[in-house]
Design a protein around this ligand. Structure first.
Ligand SMILES: [Zn+2]
Length: 165
């Protein structure tokens, strides 16, 4: 069996008057994430980890932030497109692990929901998705609620019968 591992990182600014989506789950409140798409840092980090693992470049190459078609794009749709690209070269996701680094919002009560949402998008069971929340102890850009960041690691497995690339 052939495996590939990939790592992803993303960060978006927290601002007033924007939606806040993390791992495809909507959070209500006065602050949201600034970006060309819906700025879901968790899904973007997972996209990059999957693309990296499959040797397919990065999210900025596939979904440039000056593409008018991607304005306000739903990052769940982007993740599904990445999943399709990865499957096309013979790989399926095995598991995903994510660190969400945020002082705002409070993630604890919603972590399971985020796991289930990411698992459903990737077609894997939710025990194969880890979502861990970290604060920055009130220090720095993230600690001062100016941004949210996410790190993701993804393991891909070569599908039985698919040739190695
Ligand atoms: Zn992003």
């Amino acid at each position: 069996m052939s495996y590939r591992v990939g790592i992803g990182f993303d960060l978006h600014r927290l601002v007033e008057g924007r939606p806040l989506l993390l791992g495809g789950v909507k959070f209500d409140g006065e602050l949201g994430l600034l970006g060309h798409s819906d700025a879901d840092v968790v899904l973007h980090a997972i996209c990059d980890a999957m693309l990296g693992a499959a040797g397919l470049g990065d999210i900025g190459e596939h979904f440039p932030d000056d593409d008018p078609e991607l304005e306000g794009a739903n990052s769940a749709d982007l993740l599904l497109r990445v999943l399709e690209m990865v499957r096309r070269v013979g790989y399926d996701p095995v598991n995903v692990d994510v660190n969400v680094i945020a002082e705002y919002p409070r993630l604890g009560p919603r972590k399971d929901e985020m796991r289930r949402r990411v698992a459903a998008l990737l077609g894997i069971t939710s025990e194969r998705v880890g979502v861990k929340a970290r604060s920055m102890e009130g220090i720095g850009t993230i600690g001062n609620k100016k941004a949210v960041a996410a790190q993701a690691v993804v393991l891909l497995e070569l599908r039985a019968g698919a040739g190695s690339i």
